[in-house]
Structures are given as C-alpha cells and as structure tokens.
Design a binder for this molecule. Structure first.
Ligand code: HEM
Length: 282
C-alpha cells in the first residue's frame, strides 16, 4: 500500500461489537443537554464536569464495596491494593476543579439561575459515598427531593456498615481487642471516637511490622479521608470565587455551609492514635 493511502477502515461484521456499541457512545454523547435560553457557551463544560464526577463516584463506590468484601474475606492486602486505585481516582477529582475554574464567575452567573433549584446537594452517589465512608447523616436524605427510588437507596446506605466497620470486624477476627459494643453498634449512626478502639489501633501501629497488611489499610483509610477533605476544600474555594457569599441553588448558605463540612471526620480513632504513639525507639 502506498505511503499516502490510508488503511482501509476495518470491516465490522454485522452484529459484532464495536467501540461505539460497547461503550454506548451515541447514548453517552446525547446526555449533555443544555437548558439555558439563549444557549450559553460555558454550560457544556459545567454539565460535562458534573457528569464525569458522577461516573467517578460510581467507580469509587464500586471499589469501596470491594474493599469491604476483601476485608470480610480477611484479605487486607487486596483491600490495600484497591485503595491505590481509589486514591488515584480521588486525585482526578481534585485535579478536575481547576478545569471548571477556567469559567469566569461573570459567565457562570449568566446561566446559574436556570439551574435553580438543582444542586450538588442532591447528588445521591455523593451522599451514599459519604455514608459508606462514615459520615452518616439522615437529614441529607430529604435534600434529594421527590424521588422515592433515590431515597430508598440512600436509606439502605445509611443503615449499612461503613468501610471502617468492616475493617474493625476484620481486626477483631485476627485477635485485636476491638470492643464488642463497637462491633455491634447501630451502623445508621456516625462512629464517634472510642478509647477502646484507639487502644486496639495503637497496638496495631506498634506491631506494624508483624501486622503490616492491616497497618497499610489503616494508613490508606486516613489517606482516603485526607483526599476527600482536600476535594471539599477545593470545591468551597471554587464556590467562593464563583458566587461569593450568595446562597446555594439548593438553598444552603453556600460557601459558609460548605466550609462547615470541612470539619467532617470519617475515622476519628485513626487521628487519635497519633496522640498515643510512643516516642523514641522501642
Ligand atoms: C461552578 C461550580 C460550582 C458551584 C458554584 C457549586 C456550588 C455549590 C453550592 C453553593 C453548594 C451548597 C449546596 C447548595 O445550597 O446548593 C454545593 C454543594 C455540592 N456540590 Fe457544588 N458547585 C459547583 C461545582 C460542583 C461540581 C463540579 C461538583 C461535582 C460533582 C459539585 C458537587 C457538589 C456536592 C456533592 C455538593 C454537596 C456537598 C455537601 O453537602 O457536603 N459541585 N455546590
């Protein structure tokens, strides 16, 4: 074939899978539906960004549920391996914010009113992710609006054990002294810092050579919490520059409300361990 003749397009036998059919590309590309009239040039970026976030939230939920399964199977190294992937996704979530910040506030405010009362407040997957991570808050369910299926999904997630519950149950099975009351706790409530659990974790950290797989999971949990908080912080800074102190389209106080969520801790015991670690060489 001459250098200038393009390769012929591969022939796809009828009925065979193609890139477009496998990945549902026509469906995917039909889902970015701008609502602004007249159309606004920046709305596509706004929609695409949110949709991409939702896809990554789906992936995070999938991976976290597998982390729980590996912990239930007492295979902490497999759980640790999945956390590497989870952190990489979280990195993407954080790094995507500057992309949206290429939109000027003056632009966003031109089409923002068209979105009211829709809001990130209503992201079901974000809330399920928070619940699975430990930030249980039943009041968040009402925010989703009139959507019985979404509410049912959130209620299931509210009641289910968190990834940390799965971790503590695994630690109990390998012989660490996790208090019974914690193993049987009401998992629809947030886990509060507990001295008995902190003591069990101090033992884990002090025996970290011997219990290295479990120690790695503990550190991965903390890393997960840290990246989640970095996303929250970056989101609130973006919100400040986009809407200043205006209220949110979802009805909250906006940046002020979001700043208050920076105090959320998924795994308070893991931070408390730091205060109890002995100093100097053993
Ligand atoms: C111009 C960009 C954005 C602005 C101005 C903005 C603004 C806000 C505001 C004001 C809130 C508070 C709730 C309310 O009253 O509406 C909020 C919540 C939220 N936003 Fe955004 N947002 C933006 C981009 C994004 C993106 C790209 C995502 C990705 C999914 C996102 C996800 C969320 C989530 C999950 C919440 C609930 C947070 C919580 O309750 O802790 N936002 N946003």
């Amino acid at each position: 074939m001459s250098q200038h003749t393009p390769d012929p397009a591969p022939l796809v036998p009828p009925g065979r899978i193609t890139y477009g059919s496998y990945l549902c590309i026509p469906d995917l590309l039909s889902l970015q539906r701008e609502v602004s009239a007249p159309p606004h040039a920046d709305e596509l970026l706004f929609i695409t960004s949110h949709q991409v976030y939702e896809l990554w939230f789906k992936q995070l939920l999938h991976e976290l549920r597998h982390v729980c399964r590996w912990l239930d199977a007492d295979r902490p190294l497999r759980a640790a391996q999945l956390f590497e992937r989870i952190h990489a996704v979280q990195h993407l979530l954080i790094e995507q914010i500057p992309l949206l910040e290429t939109m000027f506030a003056v632009s966003f405010n031109q089409f923002r009113e068209n979105l009211r009362p829709a809001s990130g407040f209503q992201s079901v997957q974000f809330r399920v992710l928070e619940f699975l991570s430990g930030a249980k808050n039943a009041r968040m369910i009402a925010l989703v609006g009139d959507d019985p299926e979404a509410k049912a999904e959130m209620e299931r997630a509210l009641g289910a054990p968190t990834v940390y519950d799965h971790f503590l149950r695994h630690l109990a099975r390998i012989g660490l002294a996790v208090p019974d009351a914690i193993l049987r706790r009401d998992t629809s409530q947030p886990h509060e810092q507990h001295e008995g659990v902190v003591s069990a974790l101090v033992e884990l950290y002090e025996r970290s050579d011997e219990l290295y797989p479990q120690f790695r999971v503990a550190e991965h949990l903390l890393q997960y919490e840290e990246r989640f908080a970095i996303w929250r912080f970056h989101h609130v800074k973006m919100v400040e520059r986009m809407i200043g102190t205006k209220v949110g389209t979802g009805g909250s106080s906006g940046a002020k409300y979001l700043a208050s969520t920076l105090a959320i801790r998924f795994f308070p015991d893991l931070l408390a361990v730091r205060d109890r670690l002995s100093t100097g060489y053993a």
